[in-house]
Ligand binder design. Sequence first.
Ligand code: GAR
Length: 208
Amino acid sequence: MKNICVLVSGGGTNLQALIDAQNRGEIKGGKISCVISSKEGAYALERAAKAGIPSVVIARKDYSDSKTYSEAILAELNKQKADLVVLAGFMTILDKCVTEAYSYKIINVHPALIPSFCGEGFYGLKVHEKALEYGVKVSGATIHFVNEEADAGAIILQGAVDVANNDTPETLQRKIMENVEWKLLPKAVSLFCEDRITIKDGKAFVDL
Ligand code: GAR
């Protein structure tokens, strides 16, 4: 069984999707062993408690820079003996001390079709605001490995939704979460835990 650590910052609906999938027996070969939050009081912490999953708060505001913060995260991941790290609405960019130590072992969910609307500054609702501002007719979400560059690691799974004329950032966000994120994140986590993802020339290939 692989040890899964889930990193969160906010509401935790993606964490909930992982917990629900685990309860349905859909995370094969892995178990969520710990939730780490970058914010005290994040609702995701309540979701973890309700599911009986231990949690730790490592508050970003307690650290002066990304490097010292990432070192604290790295120490916790090592302590937890994490086999897989899932960034589920984790709003802090991790320094390379973490991405190098856990190379191809960190999975992120990004709420757009990478390489569109991604990179530094593109997170949460802002991503959907930018997509609507541009006028795209299709958007979606990407599940990818995390490397030292924001949203640039190998893509594992992507899914798309149509953008409606009357979509707002909030309705588009909800549509993408429901139709793509909450389905594909648990699926990618299970694929990883079943060793069904292969890396070749920096790209991820899934044995579906
Ligand atoms: C999700 O839409 C996730 O894709 C996005 O934030 C939301 C978190 O929701 N993540 C990013 O923008 C990361 N760059 P949640 O806390 O309810 O899972």
